[in-house]
Design a binder for this molecule. Structure first.
Ligand code: B12
Length: 376
């Protein structure tokens, strides 16, 4: 490490990041004070993140940036805004969270972080930085809050006073001692708008979330979506923005999205029929592609069930009979039962007689149960 002027580096970082599209840049000390570890531990102990492979060993890592870079002294926290709007989706179209429309944000944010980190390395010496966004074990919101980049809202997202909460967080962890910025000491006060805006009741109102109920989690888990939660998802097929859209600092208006139709308001029947070549072309490189095409087809089935659109019955029946993934067939069965029209029930009865997968058979039986007394 060369001698360096900490204040000058901080200034350089700020200018470079803002030039590359960041909304704000602030610095936190990298020290593990224990408070972050405790907050993570409490959340995991409540089961809030039960669908994630998180435990106390993860909490210890995420609270201590030296796991990202040995000898870490400072965390440069950066807020990168993304296009936020309220899409006008028709009933036969799915809803996709705003962040997907910004392309693969991991690449976008990482490129910005890498460019800025390279500037620091060239001023102060090679290897004094490491970058992180989303995928490394670091409690990004907690460090951003400590740096005063914003405050954590009751929806648990970091709210930047300059850009709202529709921001990605990225960090440059560095061995340099940069002067830390103070936390904002701000809160949501008496505002509770996000709480009733969440259709699944995931937000408790005390700045914590039961993430297992969050639509963002439900639409990206890899197993069956719990049956009781399915009707609450509405037509969201990837992520959800409802808590943030209700948040006054975001002040979002209805607008046209710059995102493609496939990544903002996809046609649900088309998504249900998504084949591997189309998935590769349209979704594989987007933020809604990382779980694969079958998960999107499963989510489309649930959304069609919630849209209660009888014209979707032939497509759902096709999915029930032909989708190679039992998970998708099972959710198509649920959707047909939810629509509950005579043709939907006939499809369920017919498939129930020949379906080989036990889990799908069970879904078919559960879908038909409310109609047990209906004549065939
Ligand atoms: C797992 C995960 C999820 C899970 C769980 C979310 C959750 N609330 O925990 C699910 C799939 C539900 C999810 C959803 C979303 N996610 Co997510 N997710 C993550 C991930 C990978 C880990 C989060 C985690 O550890 N959660 C456990 C909880 C307990 O920790 P935490 O949320 O960090 O909370 C800490 C702070 O609140 C802190 N704290 C609270 N107040 C204060 C005050 C001070 C001063 C301090 C020091 C600390 C502090 O205590 C907690 C423990 O450290 C992070 C990336 C990362 N590595 O951090 C992205 C991340 C949090 N997600 C992000 C995004 C964009 C989303 C969605 C908006 C996407 C969408 N539209 O569908 C939704 C938002 C849903 C919501 N209301 O939270 C962004 C958040 C940006 C922001 N403005 O806050 C992140 C940071 C990714 C990124 N790099 O941009 N996500």
């Amino acid at each position: 490490m060369r001698r360096y002027d900490a204040a000058a580096i901080k200034q350089l970082v700020r200018e470079a990041a803002v030039n590359l599209g960041a909304a704000d840049v602030r610095v936190a000390a990298a020290a593990d004070t224990g408070e972050v570890r405790r907050a993570l531990h409490e959340s995991f102990a409540r089961g809030d993140l039960a669908t994630w492979p998180y435990d106390d060993a993860y909490a210890a890592k995420a609270a201590d940036p030296s796991h990202v870079l040995a000898g870490a002294r400072s965390v440069i926290c950066i807020a990168i805004p993304y296009d936020a709007h309220v899409p006008e989706a028709n009933p036969n179209e799915g809803r996709v969270s705003n962040y997907v429309g910004s392309g693969d944000y991991h690449h976008r944010v990482k490129n910005l972080l890498r460019d800025v980190a390279d500037r620091i390395d060239s001023e102060a010496g090679e290897g004094v930085t490491a970058i992180a966004c989303d995928t490394k074990p670091i409690a990004e919101r907690a460090f951003a809050a400590r740096a005063g980049l914003g405050w954590i809202g009751k929806h648990t997202n970091l709210i930047s006073p300059v850009a709202g909460s529709f921001v990605f967080l990225g960090e440059i962890v560095t061995t340099l001692d940069l002067p830390p910025d103070p936390p904002l000491r701000k809160s949501c006060g008496a505002c509770t708008r996000c709480i009733p805006a969440c259709p699944t009741g995931a937000l408790r109102g005390d700045y914590t979330i039961d993430a297992t109920r969050c639509i963002a989690d439900l639409t990206q888990r890899t197993d069956a979506i719990p049956r009781a939660m399915r009707p609450l998802i509405g037509t969201w097929v990837w992520g959800c923005d409802l808590c943030q859209l209700a948040c006054p600092p975001n002040n979002v208006i209805v607008s046209f999205s710059k995102a493609s139709k496939e990544t903002s308001t996809p046609d649900l029947v088309r998504l249900l029929r998504l084949r591997s070549s189309e998935f590769k072309k349209k979704y594989a490189r987007t933020a809604m592609g990382w779980r694969g095409g079958a998960i999107l087809r499963r989510n489309a089935a649930v959304a069609l069930g919630n849209a209660l659109d009888r014209s979707a019955v032939p497509a759902l029946a096709e999915s029930l009979n032909r989708d190679p993934h039992a998970l998708v067939r099972a959710h198509a069965a649920w959707a047909l039962g939810r629509i509950g029209s005579p043709s939907a029930l006939a499809e369920l009865w017919a498939r129930g007689a020949i379906e080989a997968d036990a889990a799908v058979r069970e879904e078919i039986a559960a879908a038909l149960e409310p109609f047990a007394n209906a004549g065939r």
